[in-house]
Design a protein around this ligand. Structure first.
Ligand code: PEP
Ligand code: MN
Length: 340
């Protein structure tokens, strides 16, 4: 700042201090005036001040800006349509997410064994699914529940996906897990429980890997897109959003699928938007209806959990569908005419 500007700033600050002093004096005297009126029993003794002066003050005072910051329009979020009007299309190997075609992400909740993963991967490939999911680092509510196979699980997934020709996605829960998982998987998943793990979001921003960000258990859409903003702000523009249901009072579903999130996120952001029909509903019988609703609402893809033997699954046994059920689901979705 130049000397002249510094001098003017000091003078303005001085005037502001005097104005503040005068305004507080004015408030004090107005109080005294009212008290005096009451003591004299003259509540209607006429206006306290000259109305002309008051009008002039009312005209001038709103011109004082509250804060310099507010006078400057803030720049739009990186995730917003204002920042980028065209849709973000994420290209991973032979798949395109957010482009002309829908994408289906299918596979088990957790990677449990070579046999289990190969059985699902083979069936998914045969059906025409492009992205295989499978958790290796599992965010479990109880520390006594199966925590995932860790890097051994990721090795199984990489081998199966490379042999069979699938793209892979798996969850990471910490910045260290990003480094561990990166050589084995194509897309990093950040789960609902970690949507606001800001250090993880920053690390995902630095990772250079496509990221699928799940909506937090009780996250507003504003919080959801700001979490995505962390990743983009960190330098990574390959971000996808997935609605996975939110907590409400409803008990017939595990979570409540917020279908309105789909058009709103598509409207407000340029990022691909997917819907997880398994974790949002927590049940098998309404998956097809929810998937159709998601596509009708404008989703770019669907996530569904598939296990060769769901009853014996080590996590989310209730909601996973078997391969036969998946094939029926998949046929229903394709026959609906909604799946591009
Ligand atoms: C998952 O997809 O494996 C998972 C744990 O889901 P969410 O984070 O949505 O609960
Ligand atoms: Mn699961």
């Amino acid at each position: 700042m130049s000397d002249k500007l510094q001098q003017l700033r000091a003078q303005l600050d001085g005037i502001n201090r005097q104005l503040l002093h005068l305004l507080s004096e004015r408030a004090r005297m107005a109080g005294e005036f009212v008290q005096e009126q009451q003591q004299l029993g003259l509540p209607d003794a006429g206006p306290m001040e000259d109305p002309k002066l008051m009008n002039e003050m009312a005209r001038l005072l709103p011109d004082i800006p509250k804060e310099r910051k507010e006078t400057k329009p803030s720049s739009p979020l990186l995730v917003s349509r204002q920042h980028q009007s065209e849709d973000t299309v994420i290209r991973v190997k032979h798949a395109e997410i957010g482009g002309a075609s829908h994408v289906t992400v299918a596979g088990p909740c957790s990677i449990e064994s070579v046999e289990q993963l190969y059985a699902v991967a083979t069936a998914m490939k045969k059906a025409g699914v492009t992205v295989l999911r499978g958790g290796a680092f599992k965010p479990r509510t109880s520390p006594y529940d199966f925590q995932g196979l860790g890097v051994d699980g990721l090795k199984i997934m990489k081998q199966a996906a490379d042999e069979i020709g699938l793209i892979t996605i798996s969850e990471v829960m910490s910045a260290e897990q990003i480094d561990i998982a990166a050589p084995y998987i194509d897309i990093l998943q950040i789960g609902a429980r970690n949507m606001q793990n800001f250090e993880l979001l920053k690390a995902a921003g630095r990772s250079g890997k496509p990221v699928l960000l799940k909506r937090g258990l009780s996250a507003t859409l504003e919080e959801f897109i700001l979490a995505a903003e962390y990743i983009m702000y960190g330098g990574n523009d390959q971000v996808m959003l997935i609605e996975r249901g939110i907590r409400t009072f409803e008990k017939w579903t595990r979570n409540t699928l917020d279908i309105s999130a789909v058009p709103l996120l598509k409207q407000e952001t340029h990022l691909p938007v997917l819907v997880d029909v398994s974790h949002s509903t927590g049940r098998k019988d309404i998956l097809l209806s929810c998937a159709k609703a998601a596509l009708a609402a404008g989703a770019d893809g669907i996530m569904v959990e598939v296990h060769p033997n769901p009853e014996a699954a080590l996590s989310d046994a209730k909601q996973q569908i078997n391969i036969e059920e998946f094939n029926a689901f998949w046929k229903g979705l394709r026959d609906s005419g909604l799946y591009r």
